[in-house]
Design a protein around this ligand. Structure first.
Ligand code: SAH
Length: 254
């Protein structure tokens, strides 16, 4: 018996955006605990009929860990399905640490984060040459505090590409903090439910994105993306420039 707990990134919503490895883990699972609030239930169709499925949205950490530990101790292969990629706002460290204490083997299968599904929906690249080579992933403080040195206003001063999770319900506060670092004309977009059938895209600038979010009534499950990468002209990449040599290609002289 392969007693083990596998944390699987479910992807952003579209059930085809799970990895092959994640899908195989679901096919093999003898018990699944899934984050019912955001994971697409269609993914559970990969599971063998009749296996226990637990929605973690109403459970505490202790209850989740108890289900994993008792399952693994019975010899089960337990899948813990998290939205997007589990390493981002997934609260998996505390689960992994408790499994370590209990000496239960575990592993992690990454997933497609909603931040990447949002960029795909917008057909934009976060890292445009001469625009920004840095992507900041962050959130507004909520019940989970954000360390003071990482407050949005401080991060905004970098002028980098930015993706803000878990914060659209406070769009007014997000915009106000960002505007102490970015000019009001900075492009901003909100992608609601990226990759789901009811995906919605709002595009604007820091001057008008708040109004659009209020008008459309977007209050959850959205990425706020900010930065010149959304619209700017850029320098073409060196990597694919005919005049540029690298390990795989000899550049041509002008
Ligand atoms: N681990 C997840 C994030 C979990 S936190 C990931 O990698 O995507 C939950 C937040 O993620 C939401 O508040 C929202 O900001 C974002 N999110 C999750 N799914 C989303 C989706 N399909 N579209 C846009 N944002 C999403």
């Amino acid at each position: 018996m392969a007693a083990e707990v596998v944390f699987v990134g479910a992807g952003p919503g579209d059930p085809e955006l799970i990895t092959l490895k994640g899908q195989k883990a679901l096919e093999r699972a003898e018990r699944v605990i899934y984050a019912g609030s955001l994971v697409n239930p269609a993914l559970l169709d990969h599971c063998r009929p009749g296996i226990p499925l637990h929605d973690s949205s109403a459970l505490t950490l202790e209850e989740v860990v108890e289900i994993m530990v008792s399952g693994a101790k019975k010899g089960e292969y337990v899948v813990r399905l998290h939205t997007g990629d589990p390493s981002l706002y997934g609260a998996i460290q505390e689960q992994m640490d408790r499994l370590s204490q209990e000496k239960i083997p575990f592993s992690v299968i990454p997933g497609v984060s909603s931040v990447f599904a949002a960029a795909a929906a917008l057909e934009r690249e976060f890292t445009l040459p001469a625009v920004s080579q840095t992507l900041i992933l962050t959130r507004l403080a909520g019940r989970t505090p954000v360390p003071e040195k990482e407050n949005l206003a401080a991060l905004a001063r970098h002028g980098a590409s930015m993706a803000i999770f878990l914060s659209v319900q406070e769009i007014g506060q997000v915009v106000e903090s960002l505007r102490s670092g970015y000019p009001a004309s900075t492009p901003a977009a909100v992608v609601y439910k990226a990759s789901w059938p009811d995906q919605k895209i709002l595009r604007g600038t820091l001057a008008d994105i708040e109004e659009q979010v209020q008008r459309e009534g977007v209050r959850k499950t959205a990425q706020i993306l900010v930065g010149d990468f959304l619209t700017s002209p850029y320098s073409r990449s060196k990597l694919y420039d005919p005049g540029f040599s690298h390990g795989y290609r000899q550049g041509k002289a002008e």
